[in-house]
Design a binder for this molecule. Structure first.
Ligand SMILES: [Ca+2]
Ligand SMILES: [Ca+2]
Length: 353
């Protein structure tokens, strides 16, 4: 099989980490080598809301929370969780339904929205392949595999990020064999709490410490809002806990790093890399002691909103696809990019069938 030529309907693999900070990329060596060094790094990419549900709603719709109506993760309120996304009619028109209508084979792998809980056999419209699993458990969880609930236990092979990797790679290989353009939306929970590393990665970063930015355990907070000013400085125990959590998060990211490498490998084996865009980003960040915050997100501080965003695309072939986007490697894109205001350099051409 020859390499797929670049067409007006390139394949898209969108990989979304959960609560990963931009500076966590330093620990993902394969991702840096395979995506950043061979694609575009958006150095100033920001989410519109640094919380899982609102951010994911914005990603799927390209709208701010005041337009999606999804403001929180809390699913028993009108403005929160999967239920708000669904009740507001947003499942009827989003990136999945549009790509599906444009002739793409669409596949979902991982965490959907908070409130879409374990045991749910529902599959939203627009998805040809559905593997929903994201109950904030890396082992011992249920997945909705195309409408059937499957249980995954505690063996090494059940580790969630690896299971998602396998399912994603099967989807990519099958789609390439079918010869249809495909869209894979891959959303592992890594490195979200409880940040359980794969057994093979338990000691990959033993002793690593959380970043010590200038804002770490900040001494002078007189320029900050009341809720920061009223916080005492972190205790020795809190700093130690922050470092342990950081180590667990970094080690949890290693399997996600393997997932990225697996996707690239599968695309290469399927001769599809030359017609595929791979996106890698995160839904929100995480505080690791900055401004006296020992953990958390959902605020407008840098560590909450500033995201990794990498894009690797096909080698430019302007003659063959004048409308296709050039992602020259390696490039650092300095302009501000947000969830709802994509850079004009990154407009993937989607034409209706
Ligand atoms: Ca998140
Ligand atoms: Ca360790």
């Amino acid at each position: 099989m020859g390499a797929q030529a670049l067409t007006a309907k390139p394949n898209i693999v969108f990989i979304l980490a959960d609560d990963m900070r931009k500076d966590d990329l330093q620990y993902m060596l394969q991702t840096r080598s395979l995506l950043a060094d061979r694609g575009m790094s958006f150095e100033n990419a920001f989410v519109s809301n640094a919380l899982c549900c609102p951010s994911r709603a914005s990603i799927m719709r390209g709208q701010y929370p005041h337009n999606t109506g999804v403001w929180s993760n809390i699913s028993n309120t009108p403005e929160g969780g999967w239920q708000a996304f669904r009740n507001n009619g947003l499942e009827q028109d989003n990136v999945a339904t549009r790509l599906d209508a444009a002739g793409y084979r669409t596949g979902f792998f991982g965490k959907y929205f908070n409130g879409y809980n374990q045991g749910n056999t529902y599959i939203p419209p627009g998805w040809d392949r559905w593997f929903g699993a994201g109950a904030f458990r890396y082992f011992d969880y249920d997945a909705n595999d195309q409408g059937t609930i499957r249980h995954f236990g505690t063996s090494e092979a059940d580790y969630l990020t690896d299971v998602l990797s396998r399912e994603t790679n099967t989807f990519i290989s099958d789609s390439a064999k079918l010869g249809t353009p495909f869209f894979a939306y891959v959303t592992p929970i890594a490195p979200h709490n409880p940040a359980t590393p794969a057994p093979r990665d338990l000691h990959t970063y033993d002793g690593v410490k959380a970043p010590r930015l200038r804002s770490f355990n900040e001494i002078d907070v007189t320029d900050k809002p009341t809720w920061i000013r009223s916080r005492p400085r972190l205790t020795t125990d809190e700093i130690a806990a922050t470092d342990i959590r950081h180590e667990n998060r970094v080690e949890t990211l290693q399997a996600l790093d393997d997932l990225v490498a697996g996707v690239v490998n599968t695309l290469n084996n399927a001769n599809a890399m030359s017609n595929t865009y791979i996106f890698f980003t995160s839904d929100n960040g995480w505080s690791a002691g900055e401004h006296r915050r020992p953990g958390g997100k959902a605020n407008s501080y840098e560590e909450d909103i500033h995201m990794p965003l990498l894009v690797r695309g096909p080698t430019p072939q302007w003659e063959r696809c004048p409308k296709c986007v050039q992602v020259p490697p390696p490039t650092r894109w300095p302009s501000t990019t947000t969830t709802c205001q994509p850079s004009p350099t990154l407009r993937v051409p989607i034409e209706p069938v």
